[in-house]
Design a protein around this ligand. Structure first.
Ligand code: CAA
Length: 257
């Protein structure tokens, strides 16, 4: 039986999902993406899962879309593969997604990492959007998300010249949240996910949605959305539990209600 292209395991409230096409540096084939989205959706529906880590292996998070497949496909075939729906599905997940990036994080790989809620990078990580070198352009948010994350100057440099950012450059530019030693890339991402998983699930969901709004709307509309989300969080049992637990000097027992 063919080995799964996506491996998943649970560690308490954290699910760890690893891309598993090491010989091709986790190139995001059609089949891999299909499997990835199905697996993520499944985990997202499981209320026991409160955070997901998405990683590759030490050598590569992912080296982009599968170039062999792209070379064979016509525009209409790509269109009918509904690739956009898959990427939207990843962005539509309720469960916070932490990218654990080690090694190559290029093209669609960089776009996948940017589709997560935050990125934890190993010192070995390299971020880039090399598509124009193939005669195409980034097609899963690279020109948009990268520009919002690092600003126009750096985004243009990376996308037009093929410049790759080291982990520390990516940290300084605001693309990644944390840089850790090579050997800690997965453990640190799991630790961050564990921290997220301990918080109130309703509040976490609302906070994630509110931060996303900062990308999509103007300030006034974003502040309005934040205010409504705050009131909604107050309507949760978790809010009562969290506020009471603090007063009683104990750890809150959040139920996600
Ligand atoms: N698609 C398919 N196969 C890939 C791949 C990709 N994106 N990236 C690497 N591979 C394969 C290589 O073909 C090679 O396979 P073989 O052993 O069968 O020859 C194997 O992975 C190992 O790669 P290399 O021998 O090239 O390893 P390296 O260490 O010398 O170089 C690298 C690593 C710099 C990442 C180089 O592999 C590379 O440049 N890869 C392509 C990166 C790229 O251009 N990504 C963008 C893809 S397009 C995209 O993502 C589109 C989009 O957004 C819409």
């Amino acid at each position: 039986m063919a080995e799964s292209l996506v491996l998943a395991e649970r560690e308490g409230a954290v699910a760890v999902v690893l891309l598993n096409r090491p010989e091709q540096l986790n190139a995001l084939s059609d089949e891999l993406m299909e499997e990835l989205v199905a697996r993520l959706r499944e985990l997202d529906r499981d209320e026991e899962v409160r955070a997901i880590v998405l990683g590759g292996n030490e050598r590569a998070f992912a080296a982009g879309a599968d170039i062999g497949e792209l070379a064979q496909a016509s525009a209409i075939e790509l269109y009918y593969q509904r690739r956009v729906e898959r990427w939207n599905a990843i962005r539509g997940l309720w469960t916070p997604l932490v990218a654990a990036v080690s090694g190559y994080c290029l093209g669609g790989g960089c776009e996948l990492a940017m589709s997560c809620d935050l990125i934890v990078a190993s010192e070995s990580a390299q971020f880039g959007q090399p598509e124009t070198g193939l005669g195409i352009i980034p097609g899963a948010g690279g020109t948009q998300r990268l520009t919002r994350a690092v600003g126009k100057a750096l985004a243009m440099d990376m996308i037009l010249s093929g410049r790759r950012l080291s982990a520390h450059e990516a940290l300084a530019a605001g693309l990644v949240a944390r840089v850790v030693a090579k050997e800690a890339w997965l453990d640190e991402a799991k630790r961050v996910a564990g921290d997220i998983a301990e918080k109130g699930p309703v509040a976490t969901r609302l906070a994630k949605e509110s931060v996303d709004r900062a990308y999509e709307t103007g300030l006034a509309a974003g502040l309005e959305a934040e205010r409504r989300a705050l009131y909604l969080s107050f309507a949760s049992e978790d809010a009562k539990e969290g506020l009471t637990a603090f007063a009683e000097k104990r750890k809150p027992d959040f139920k996600g209600r």
